[in-house]
Design a protein around this ligand. Structure first.
Ligand SMILES: [Zn+2]
Length: 317
């Protein structure tokens, strides 16, 4: 037991550092996506020598975009192109309010936020509670992986599972996006992990989990759209459930859906308590509930989920 505690502490410490980095990913990944879309949109409209324009490809050879569209796109493209590089590593972390460059000792997980009492050292602007919260949750989840699996490849793989889901949870809550780059990474890792026997799920079950995870929500989406004319979910949700199915196996899909409604209710209560529900101008999408259900499944342990929710495993798997 002593060594399990040591493993948990070591993994948890690493988790705090990773959580600090996740705050950067959560902030920056959507912004690099927005910039990429704007770049694509303007580049597709601006005329390029030797390449037929998008307008020509849609409306036929010899046609031209109306008015100033192509010239304006060219001007806009130059502006987007001239922006300084934005990657996960560069530029370094800055205060979102005054631009003060965060020094290394102001960036120590949990500690710095506590010492600075949640304020920027230069301008005094509030630093949200979510920064230490993301660090703490990631640290606890890593600690749990270390506790349960020791310092093993299995623990590292499940820590990667947690890392990606924490990102998807907060990014979707912020922006209603579930980046493909993270969904696919989660899916491939789940399939590869099962092929290596690290997730405890057979490759067959992992593959069917991914297939039915995608198709089940896709079917719900099509039916809902046919019945109401509205879109209740996005393709990111299908991909995320597919990825979770690859990690936990096909029999867990129903349990994941049930647990995501539980997470949704819990999240609603938390947001209500901190007063963030009333002033939200966009509804919460399904992604955070799914990501939360995946994390909850790991935290409780798949065997206990099976024991506690027997009705979610009706086919006797
Ligand atoms: Zn500042």
């Amino acid at each position: 037991m002593g060594s399990a505690l040591a493993d948990a502490a070591l993994a948890g410490g690493l988790g705090l550092l990773i959580g600090s980095f996740l705050n950067v990913v959560i902030h920056r990944l959507p912004r690099t996506m927005y910039r990429g879309w704007l770049l694509d949109a303007t580049a597709n409209l601006a005329p390029q020598p030797g390449i037929p324009s998008l307008w020509e490809l849609v409306f036929g050879k010899g046609t031209h975009a109306p008015g100033q569209l192509e010239q304006d796109a060219e001007t806009a493209l130059a502006q987007v192109d001239a922006l300084p590089a934005l990657t996960l590593a560069r530029p370094g972390s800055r205060c979102g309010h005054c631009g003060h460059a965060i020094r290394w000792y102001e960036n120590i997980p949990l500690l710095s936020w506590g010492v600075l009492r949640g304020r920027c050292s230069a301008c005094g602007a509030a630093i949200g509670l979510r920064y230490p919260a993301v660090e703490l949750v990631t640290g606890l989840l890593f600690g749990l992986c270390g506790w349960r699996f020791g310092l093993t490849p299995t623990a590292a793989l499940w820590a990667a599972f947690c890392t990606i889901l924490v990102c998807q949870f907060v990014i979707d809550l912020d922006t209603q996006l579930l980046p493909d780059s993270l969904n696919y990474l989660l899916l491939w890792l789940g399939l590869a992990g099962s092929a290596y026997g690290l997730t405890g799920v057979s490759p067959t079950s992992a593959i069917w989990g991914a297939v039915f995870g995608y198709l089940s929500l896709w079917t719900v989406y099509r039916l809902y759209r046919a019945a109401t004319g509205k879109e209740g979910m996005g393709f990111g949700d299908f991909k995320l459930l597919a990825a979770l199915g690859a990690w936990l196996g096909a029999p867990f899909l129903l349990a994941l859906i049930l647990m995501s409604s539980l997470v949704g209710a819990l999240l609603g209560v938390v947001l209500l308590l901190v007063g963030r529900l009333a002033n939200r101008h966009v509804p919460i999408s399904f992604g955070p509930f799914l990501a939360g259900a995946g994390l909850l499944c790991l935290a409780i342990g798949p065997d206990r989920v099976r024991a506690w929710l027997p009705f979610a495993f009706p086919l006797g798997f």
